[in-house]
Write a protein that binds this ligand. Sequence first.
Ligand SMILES: C[S@@+](CC[C@H](N)C(=O)[O-])C[C@H]1O[C@@H](n2cnc3c(N)ncnc32)[C@H](O)[C@@H]1O
Length: 234
Amino acid sequence: MSRIERLLLDFYGLIAPKYEKFNGLLTFGLDGLWRKRLCLMAAENTPSLCLDICTGTGEIPRLLKRSLPGKVKITGLDFSPDMLSKAVERSDAEGICFILGNALELPFKDDSFDLVTISLATRNLYAETGDLKRYFTEFCRALKKGGVFLHLETSQPENVFMRKLFHMYVRTAIGLINMLSPRSKMPYDFLKNSALNFYNSEELSEILAESGFKDIEVYKMTFGAVCIHKGVKR
Ligand SMILES: C[S@@+](CC[C@H](N)C(=O)[O-])C[C@H]1O[C@@H](n2cnc3c(N)ncnc32)[C@H](O)[C@@H]1O
């Protein structure tokens, strides 16, 4: 495990008990709406076998279960035992299971899922290796041909004023958190920098296309500060 992976693993272990509250505060509750939008898009394709990568406390699997009709099987994967134990505690619905694993080496055969999702975690992965294509290619491998990948992450607003405002908010919010919780300064700084420097929606679409996806669509939210990318396995 790389030094950065170890750092993030310890960090998520530390914040697991308050992760959802914390996220809600940082995003003024918008994170819930972003995830709901992703699940509505998922429902358009009526998948039955779903995988949520970097599932954290399992919010996406729980929402998917509510949004998808019929019998669906949803697997949530994460490398943090602490986040996963919170996920298990919160998700008692039938058809949801959680497994410990690394996003870079998914423990599934090729062509296993109708739907693969990832929400608010790609910036971590990018920071871990600097090579998103490696991850996206691995996610594509686990999808059936024609299966759908839904990707939710912060982006860069096109409008210069909104972009500056977004960056100012990220700097101020993380600065405040660092003052209140100096123990977690390094990982928070790290997440701040990844938000400020992450790809814009066009760049991310290109990486998806290079990783085996076609018919890429982008759904922008919150003035383009957050995007859902949809791709279909070629
Ligand atoms: C910001 S949380 C996102 C959780 C959830 N998807 C959500 O929407 O809130 C990022 C999650 O990614 C997990 N993670 C980071 N790197 C990972 C990796 N290489 N493999 C598996 N999980 C990873 C962390 O443990 C953490 O639970």
